[in-house]
Unconditional design. Structure first.
Lengths: 197, 317
């Protein structure tokens, strides 16, 4: 019996270790998932920058003189939204190399905020704002993909105008109500959250 | 007959030439207008594109992020842009070009009144391009893009091919219709009795008043037929059949043609009626003159033709 325990215990430990390693590895390889976890407000600031960049390319897609130019910029918007490893990510149109996707990042932040202590002030508002951001980004991605599918310049321009509008809504202004779903407003809220009781 | 045919051919040739000329001219005018519309649309869109990029570029430069402007400029080169220049305070801080535009001389732009400038350009090894310069709203900087004009040229070329294809199809259809009408017209004219008796001259059939030297005379005014001077009394259908066959002696008329001309109003007449009518006509003509029996001959599988009484093929039967 002892002998049997001597064999089973290390084996169990090894299996548990292997499972834990696999889980961590899977988490790390999830499309667009960040490698490190800086504070949420820093991640939100970085998101705001990437959102501005995505809006710039959505605007360029609207005004591009040819359909191929429109698709070029629409693809860049999709790349920024999905991030490296995303389903529609095309590396050739991502000059910055590895990109942390806006959508996976927003989902990760929403998850992090939902894990705050239930009695933490402003928690529910923050979670609501983060979920709204995810919805706006989802809609922007949908429009970006519709723009990529369209072969007519007017069709691409219309989709990219909509994408621009959803990206703008996801960015918002710092002084907006967080429930409207803007990254800047959420950041302002997160910064102002009271310390844990 | 030959005179009319020559006149008809001349008309067909004249109309054909006119149609071709008109379609060529119309295509040229259309393409010129289309190319202009394409050019203008491309210019307008390109100017808006550069303006959108200029806004972003000036914002990046304002916060000192030259690398962002450079990266975006490089990205534009993946599309229709051949070169991208961004200048701030009189100095060019971003100058990105596709390899073929590397040696392109780009003199400093002269911007009058702070307005954007558009100019066409070309260079060795570089496709024709549109040089667009947008000045900074408040400052000495500008953004300059060279937009490849190849997409416009390609679209114009594909429109040219389409227009030429449509024009050729139109011409061919119209000319085919003209030829068909021209071939049917003499028949209709003769069948309607508009002939003056000169249509079949020189072919052995005299149409008009009797008294000529022809062995077969069809008097369209009196509705009389004479064979070697002897009057033959025919029914209206027999007369119409003989008049049709005599309009072009020797030519084989199919059942369909005969039905169309002799029974124009009847949808029920068929080849049997034609056969019957031919039989009765032969018999009637044979009663007056023995050679009359063989004047209308059957060409098996094709139809019927008129063989003139003085034709060596014709033997008295």
């Amino acid at each position: 019996m002892r002998r049997w325990r001597r064999i089973v215990r290390p084996a169990g430990l090894l299996i548990a270790l292997a499972l834990a390693t696999t889980a961590v590895a899977q988490e790390g390889t999830r499309p667009g998932a960040p490698d490190v976890d800086p504070p949420v407000e820093v991640r939100l600031a970085a998101m705001a920058e990437r959102l501005e960049l995505a809006r710039t390319f959505a605007t360029l897609a609207v005004f591009s003189p040819t359909v191929s130019d429109q698709h070029l910029h629409a693809q860049r918007v999709v790349n920024l939204l999905e991030g490296t490893g995303g389903e529609h990510f095309v590396e050739r149109f991502s000059p910055e190399g590895k990109v942390v996707g806006l959508l996976p990042e927003a989902r990760a932040i929403a998850f992090l905020l939902s894990r705050l202590a239930p009695d933490q002030g402003g928690r529910e508002e923050a979670v609501l704002a983060a979920k709204e951001i995810v919805r706006f980004l989802d809609l922007a991605l949908e429009e970006g993909l519709a723009g990529l599918r369209s072969r007519r310049p007017e069709g691409v321009a219309l989709s990219m105008r909509r994408a621009f509008a959803f990206l703008s809504a996801a960015l918002g202004r710092a002084e907006d109500a967080p429930a409207l779903g803007g990254v800047r407003a959420l950041r302002a809220l997160v910064v102002s959250l009271p310390p844990k009781p | 007959m030959a005179g009319w045919a020559w006149r008809g051919s001349r008309i067909v040739i004249g109309v054909s030439a006119g149609v071709v000329l008109v379609t060529v001219l119309a295509s040229a005018v259309f393409l010129h207008a289309y190319r202009r519309v394409l050019d203008e649309a491309f210019q307008e869109k390109s100017a808006a594109y550069v303006l959108a990029f200029a806004d972003a570029a000036h914002a990046w430069l304002a916060r000192g992020d030259v690398e962002a402007a450079r990266s975006a400029a490089r990205f534009l080169l993946l599309g229709s842009a051949l070169y991208v220049q961004v200048a701030a305070d009189g100095a060019v801080v971003v100058d990105e070009r596709v390899p073929s535009a590397d040696r392109l001389a780009l003199p400093a732009p002269t911007l009058s009144g702070g307005n954007r400038s558009l100019a066409r350009g070309s260079g060795e090894g570089v496709p024709d391009y549109l040089d667009i310069v947008v000045p900074e709203r408040d400052g000495g900087g500008y953004v300059r893009l060279g937009m490849d004009l190849s997409p416009v040229v390609l679209r114009a070329r594909s429109a040219t091919l389409t227009a030429v294809g449509v024009a050729v199809a139109f011409d061919v259809t119209l000319l085919a219709a003209l030829v068909v009408v021209a071939r049917r017209r003499p028949l209709s004219r003769r069948a309607s009795g508009a002939g003056t008796g000169k249509l079949a001259e020189g072919q052995g059939v005299e149409r008009g008043a009797p008294g000529g030297a022809s062995p077969l005379t069809v008097d369209e005014e009196r509705k009389e037929v004479r064979i070697r001077g002897r009057l033959i009394s025919l029914t209206p259908k027999q007369y119409a059949l003989l008049r049709l066959l005599s309009s072009s002696p020797g030519r084989v008329f199919s059942d369909k043609e005969i039905l169309r001309e002799v029974w124009p109003e009847s949808g029920y007449a068929d080849a049997k009626d034609v056969k019957q009518c031919v039989y009765l006509l032969r018999r009637r003509m044979g009663e007056e003159d023995p050679i009359g029996t063989n004047v209308v001959q059957n060409v098996p599988g094709f139809g019927y033709r008129l063989v003139l009484p003085d034709d060596p093929e014709l033997t008295e039967g």
